[in-house]
Design a protein around this ligand. Structure first.
Ligand code: NAP
Length: 472
């Protein structure tokens, strides 16, 4: 390494301003071994990724992690580059030419398919789309002047009285709560006005949760599960016999504290007598969907229910169908069976895992380590864990980077300012943290103007206007 290279800060671009990207910026800015300049880039005009667009609006304490993430983006040596799309505004190769290292932190952007007939019917949607809708994501709240059909969820939610949610994870619980709660129960959240307005027209009063395995094999955390039992005017209906544990389920419950706690919650629910509540949650363990049933022809075809098959555990803990078929009536089906990573042009990607191939965060390209590419978060480890899991994940990746710097494999090339120059040459004006603060103030003002603490601006045009940006 030359003397001038030693003095020049290492320039790092992090793609994705969600928790994983910002935790990587935090880990980099907290170390003192090497001077760094960090650009946290996001295609959206606002930072915070899944903390803003994934965490359920009725979980304000988790959403408040935003304030910690915000402080990292305000640190000296860290800058937010909002509304810059890699692959459109500049390619990965161009980005790698302007900075010393890139960290991929762009999450897992698609839904895992169920792989059953009828999945494409009108009325069937993937949880990530439903979540994006109720969180006010601009991708599913298009600007009016872009002449796109209204989000199907707005139509569905006002028409369906029975809904099926498939999956036994925390996202399924989020979806269930939003389907069950009334708009007045959600009014103290930061949900976008148009989302609350649509929810006010909601007719859903029966939600069926289909879980392909038994109560010992769910991916729920206890706090989130328990929350369902605290919703007023809701009867939770489950067959107590499904809580009888076979030996393998019992072994899981004996070993795993969360499973044991979840079982306590479920068993208490099973003792509750129906109260005649106006809303019902039906829990179906050992039940897998085999077909989404439709009615009507061609474009008019829409969901009328879900055909299900009872399952039983097999030796390796997986399940197989027993041949015992049933059907659940529903006009809305939300498939919540996990997220899947998406390939970014120019970035190594393993389609089978939905992840960027790596070892300890070092990206593997063409069979070897790429000296300037790293990964963190869901695109690195898959869509697992809670928000905080991304912190230790980012530390692992940054530790690999620092090791590579110390070994002389990753070096600074005096590239300070190169990214700004390239974007300026292209006429691209990233939104920075002052722009975010203007959006933040506008959301608070919009909320206060009708008695709420804050209202998410769901449309890109509104976000840009609030940022003081007059681009189309
Ligand atoms: P998840 O935790 O991986 O759960 C996915 C669920 O889908 C599992 O129960 C899985 O069952 C089921 N599933 C998968 N394929 C299926 C199929 N073909 N048919 C039927 N069921 C199927 O995923 P997630 O709920 O999307 O959550 C993603 C991550 O975000 C998780 O780590 C979660 O904890 C986290 N998260 C946390 C919170 C919170 O802390 N409040 C809120 C939301 C999300 P099997 O086990 O049988 O495969």
């Amino acid at each position: 390494m030359s003397a001038s290279a030693e003095q020049s800060p290492l320039t790092v671009a992090i793609i994705g301003a969600g928790p994983s990207g910002i935790y990587a910026a935090e880990a980099l800015s907290q170390q003192s071994e090497v001077a760094v300049q960090i650009a946290v880039i996001d295609r959206l005009p606002v930072p915070f990724g899944l903390v803003r667009y994934g965490v359920a609006p009725d979980h304000p304490s988790i959403r408040s992690i935003r304030h910690t993430l915000e402080r990292t983006l305000e640190k000296s040596g860290v800058r937010f580059f909002g509304d810059v799309t890699i692959g459109r505004d500049l390619s990965i190769a161009e980005l790698r030419d302007t900075v010393d290292a890139v960290i991929y932190a762009y999450g897992a952007g698609s839904a895992k398919p169920l792989g059953i007939p009828g999945e494409e019917l009108f009325g069937s949607m993937a949880a990530p789309e439903f979540v994006a809708w109720y969180c006010g994501h601009p991708d599913v709240h298009p600007d009016i002047d872009l002449v796109r059909p209204p989000a199907i969820v707005e139509v569905l939610i006002t028409e369906a009285s029975q809904a099926v949610v498939v999956g036994a994870g925390n996202v399924a619980l989020d979806v269930v709560r939003v389907l069950i709660k009334s708009s007045s129960e959600l009014a103290d959240t930061d949900m976008a006005d148009e989302v609350l307005d649509s929810l006010a027209g909601k007719r859903v009063n029966d939600v069926h949760l289909l879980m392909r395995r038994g109560p010992a094999y769910t991916a729920f955390t206890t706090k989130e599960l328990r929350e369902l039992g605290q919703i007023e005017d809701l009867d939770i209906i489950l067959d107590p016999a499904t809580l009888d544990l076979d030996p393998s389920s019992q072994a899981v419950a004996d070993l795993d504290k969360i499973t044991a706690r979840n079982l306590v919650v479920l068993r208490e629910w099973a003792t509750r007598a129906p109260t005649g509540a106006s809303r019902r949650l039906h829990l179906h363990f050992w039940t897998k969907p085999t077909r989404i049933l439709g009615e009507g022809e061609g474009d008019q075809a829409r969901v009328r229910g879900v055909e299900t098959e009872r399952t039983a555990i097999v030796a390796d803990g997986s399940v197989s169908g027993t041949g015992e078929m049933n059907a659940v009536p529903a006009q809305l089906v939300v498939r919540s069976v996990g997220y899947h990573g998406v390939a970014m042009p120019g970035v190594p990607f393993d389609e089978s895992t939905g992840r960027v191939p790596h070892a300890d965060g070092r990206v593997i390209r063409d069979g070897g380590f790429s000296v300037d590419e790293y990964a963190t978060g869901w695109i690195k480890r898959g869509p697992t864990g809670v928000i905080g899991t991304n912190k230790s994940d980012a530390v692992e990746t940054v530790t690999s980077m620092l090791t590579d710097i110390a070994a002389g494999a990753l070096v600074a090339h005096s590239r300070v300012g190169a990214l700004d120059r390239l974007l300026a040459e292209r006429g691209i004006h990233p939104l920075d943290m002052p722009a975010w603060h203007r959006i933040d103030a506008a959301e608070i003002e919009r909320g206060l103007s009708h008695g709420r603490l804050r209202t998410t601006l769901a449309h890109r045009s509104d976000l840009l206007a609030a940022a003081g940006d007059d681009r189309p």
